[in-house]
Design a protein around this ligand. Structure first.
Ligand SMILES: Nc1ncnc2c1ncn2[C@@H]1O[C@H](COP(=O)(O)OP(=O)(O)OP(=O)(O)O)[C@@H](O)[C@H]1O
Ligand SMILES: [Mg+2]
Length: 240
């Protein structure tokens, strides 16, 4: 699977006011890019503009793939809210995107993903019987099963305890290797651990922040990871 680069240029508006821009955001094909920024900066809106689900937020510019082909049909978005359907069990929730497109992944595939995410044997449960962190992992499983070259993740690990978060980050990094990933997070340590590149959206503008030199996923307690975490924390405090 060849994963295209992502490019979003222009000015986003909502309700007649400028949300961000003019800016130029680029994610190289096959790389994992982390996007940080204060609450309300427009990070989720930016993902929705790329996914084509932006609703009230409009873009005077373009959101496109670097290869010139349409992005539609090549993007999976894990939204900030999990959107699990309460009347479907977990396996059917995970498979719903694929089924709507006419492919039929088996329950066994869904169960195997749940197993890898620490939710073994839970496929027949309903979302209402889960904790917040469990629901978040089901939403991630659904996104992974979409099997798209471009993956947009909106705070995908925010509800997980530290040990589960590190394990699920590793799993996702492995599962999505070679895809183009744009990952919104509030956690500087997560960006320092996972990003091939790191962007900060603040004051309507994008700036790039150098990631640690080694390949992700990085050890959370490595000196370079901790140093990048500290640097990003400082930048976020300045942007607040
Ligand atoms: N459909 C909408 N209608 C009106 N305003 C909207 C809509 N969607 C987003 N906004 C506004 O756009 C701004 C940016 O919202 P967005 O959800 O993109 O921020 P965010 O950076 O993802 O924040 P957070 O970190 O809290 O998730 C907010 O002020 C929000 O109220
Ligand atoms: Mg958001």
């Amino acid at each position: 699977m060849t994963a295209p680069a992502l490019r979003l240029t222009g000015t986003a508006r909502v309700g007649g006011r400028v949300l961000f821009g003019p800016l130029d955001l680029a994610v190289p094909g096959g790389e994992w890019c982390c996007l940080l920024g204060p609450s309300g900066a427009g990070k989720s809106s930016l993902l929705h503009l790329l996914a084509g689900t932006s609703g009230a937020v409009t873009l005077d510019g373009s959101a496109r793939a670097g290869d010139g082909a349409p992005l539609a049909g090549r993007v999976a978005l894990m939204a900030q809210t999990d959107l699990l359907l309460p009347w479907l069990d977990l396996c059917d929730n995970i498979r719903i995107g694929a089924r709507l497109r006419g492919t039929r992944p088996s329950r066994a595939q869904a169960e195997a993903l749940l197993d890898r995410l620490g939710l073994a044997g839970m496929g027949a449960r309903k979302p209402g019987a889960l904790s917040g962190g469990q629901r978040q992992r089901v939403a991630l499983a659904r996104t992974l099963l979409e099997d798209r070259p471009v993956v947009l993740l909106d705070e995908p690990f925010s509800a997980l305890d530290v040990a589960t978060r590190l394990a699920v980050q590793d799993m996702a990094a492995h599962a999505l290797r070679g895809r183009t990933v744009l990952h919104v997070t509030h956690d500087p340590a997560e960006a320092a651990r996972l990003g091939d590149s790191i962007l900060l959206l603040a004051g309507g503008q994008i700036r790039a922040v150098a990631p640690p030199p080694d390949a992700p996923p990085r050890a959370p307690d490595a000196t370079a990871t901790l140093s990048a975490t500290g640097h990003l924390t400082r930048l976020l405090l300045e942007a607040a």
